[in-house]
Design a protein around this ligand. Structure first.
Ligand code: GLU
Length: 592
């Protein structure tokens, strides 16, 4: 297949159409996965906690790896790293060593919650016009697959930082399940296989050095059920297991990453120094009250705080939870308001002033809940000047960030009640499609606003050297009034993540649903001037009609791309759920 196929003029120009087609196709993929997923064990319970532990993640092999670590005496941190190392192998379209992640950890004995930010960072040489060309902003497909889109991967440094802080098993042990699967081979899942024919048509996956040979051996897309080995991944894992993160951020592996980013078309300028200088950042855990509960989540550049906003606004809109109409209307309005603020104010907190305290303050949330927008109107961000004089001069240009779906979430609670909520990504499906030593390189730089405003106004989420792009990923935990953990949740889904995760919170805390019922509940995404409703699930059409009756312009969607993995702690024990829209499962293990 000729490379020119992907560079021809039509593809460069029809970016909006391409994005639309791609989104349709992505939702189709998730719908396809449903029939397969129906056979998986989605819900699990263990009674009573603390005599059990639980792992919920997007692939059974990955869940097994986490369970194995717990069996060996490891804790939630060990299990999370081992689980994710397998996800990077068996679900490479979603996340891996070439990407980044957010890691929220609850240490029950210390009663301490920690957020480690392993987000990809922009190369030191990056400038705001990274994606600008002579003809304007680079086309969507070109930018997605460009070398310019590759940010410095943070995942390996994140593993190490988390393990140094709170891991229990030896570092090298965490790599064993993934190493064995990569060496002996694993069975290609339907979801991975389903992507490949379409990727060959729409992307460069089937022509890029390394990825072509791996995903399309002899020019044929891998089929579901095939046994696949990844000796390069095994070698990379061995190097990191033996040499720690230095083996990844310097030497052969770092050189392969830099070479992958430097390849045509649209080469990037990621350097060996960028890799050597990468740092995981410990950031504040943001907590906010919701009724008797405390919701704790990740600070920007994540969108965790949007969870607290959605919940705070929902509460102040006074829905009757027993009444479908009012609770749906409040959920939609709370999302619309919170998204408008998130889109406008959030970015890299090391680089811009994010008025988070104001956005989360009871006074602002109360006033914001009263902001009225017609159902068909696109809500604008709130006016914070009355609350915080220091931000009166800040007026960002309207946000233009575009996000795609290629991410995963895992939730774990160990025998001692410690927990991890980890959301990990390579950004779009298969990242840039570029390959290095057994894994794919992320396209996280396209999570920045790519277009430089012609009027010279600044954007909160503009590209800048070493900056981290805003993320929608929102790993979240809920605590009871007495401080005990109640819920661990999170999801992939690009810009829809805040909506997906908020649904899991409200479903369980307010709507009387079990975790599995909340996960299965139709997704409702209210960002901008339309409301997307997932009609392919029970109650979906009723939800859509109810919202239409209120006047919201509803987009009815067959499938959605959430991947919620949730664990609830109840007096009766742990109850876990996996999202039927993906291939995940929940497994429990009884205490030894
Ligand atoms: N790259 C996106 C982010 O960090 C996530 C994409 C996805 O969830 O699929 O927000």
């Amino acid at each position: 297949m000729s490379q020119d196929l992907f560079l021809s003029k039509p593809w460069q120009q029809i970016t909006t159409l391409a994005t639309f087609v791609l989104l349709l196709w992505i939702s189709g993929c998730s719908a396809d996965a449903q029939s397969v997923d129906a056979q998986a064990s989605l819900e699990a319970r263990v009674t009573p906690w603390p005599h059990g532990a639980m792992v919920s993640a997007a692939n059974p092999l990955a869940v097994d790896a986490g369970i194995k670590m717990l069996e060996l005496g490891g804790n939630a941190v060990d299990a999370a790293i081992a689980t994710h190392l397998v996800l990077g192998l068996v679900e490479p379209q979603s996340s891996g060593l070439g990407g980044g992640a957010f890691f929220l950890h609850f240490d029950r004995a210390q009663n301490q919650t920690t957020f480690l930010d392993g987000r990809e960072s922009a190369p030191a040489s990056a400038t705001p016009d990274l994606f600008m060309t002579e003809d304007g902003v680079m086309g969507y497909l070109d930018a997605w697959q460009s070398g310019k889109a590759v940010g410095t991967p943070g995942t390996v440094a994140l593993y190490y930082a988390a393990h140094q802080r709170a891991g229990r098993l030896p570092w090298a042990t965490l790599f064993q399940p993934a190493l064995k699967l990569a060496s002996d081979g694993f069975i290609v899942s339907p979801r991975l296989a389903n992507y490949l024919p379409m990727m060959a048509k729409r992307s460069r996956l089937a022509v890029n050095v390394g990825s072509a040979a791996y995903f399309y051996p002899n020019g044929e897309a891998l089929k579901a059920g095939a046994r696949l080995k990844n000796p390069e991944y095994a070698a990379t894992l061995t190097a990191i297991a033996e040499g720690g993160p230095d083996a990844f951020y310097t030497g052969d592996i770092a050189e392969a990453i830099v070479a992958g980013a430097a390849r045509a078309p649209n080469p990037g300028s990621l350097s060996l120094d960028d890799l050597k200088n990468y740092q995981v950042k410990e950031r504040p855990v943001i907590c906010g009250p919701y009724r008797v509960f405390k919701i704790c989540t990740t600070a920007p550049p994540s969108s965790g705080a949007a969870q607290i906003m959605v919940m705070g606004l929902y509460d102040r809109l006074n829905p009757d939870n027993a009444n479908l109409e009012t609770r749906l209307q409040s959920f939609v309005d709370a999302q619309r308001l919170a998204y408008a603020d998130r889109d406008h104010f959030f970015g890299d907190p090391d680089e811009i002033n994010i008025p988070l305290d104001t956005l989360l303050s009871p006074g602002y949330l109360k006033a914001r809940a009263l902001d009225r927008f017609e159902p068909s109107e696109k809500p604008t961000h709130g006016d914070l000047t009355a609350y915080d004089a220091s931000i009166s001069g800040v007026q960002w240009a309207p946000d233009t960030t575009d996000e795609m779906a290629g991410t995963t979430h895992l939730s774990i609670i160990d025998f001692e009640g410690n927990a991890v909520a980890m959301t990990a990504t390579v950004e779009g499906p298969f990242g840039t499609q570029r390959w290095a030593k057994g894994f794919l390189l992320n396209n996280e730089m396209t999570d920045f606003a790519k277009e430089v405003p012609a009027d010279g106004r600044r954007l909160a989420n503009a590209v800048a050297p070493n900056r981290r792009p805003r993320s929608s990923m929102s790993p979240t935990m809920v605590f009871e009034a007495d401080g005990e953990l109640r819920l661990v949740t999170g999801s992939p889904g690009g810009n829809s993540i805040p909506a997906y995760v908020a649904k899991s919170l409200l479903g369980i805390l307010d709507w009387g649903l079990t975790p599995q019922e909340a996960v299965n509940y139709p997704n409702i995404i209210a960002r901008g001037e339309t409301v997307r409703v997932e009609i392919g699930r029970a109650l979906g059409s009723e939800v859509a009609s109810t919202l239409e009756a209120f006047g919201y312009p509803v987009k009815r969607r067959e499938g959605e791309n959430s991947g919620l993995h949730v664990i609830e702690v109840t007096p009766a024990g742990l109850i876990g759920a996996a999202d039927p829209r993906r291939e995940g499962v929940v497994r429990v293990i009884a205490a030894p």
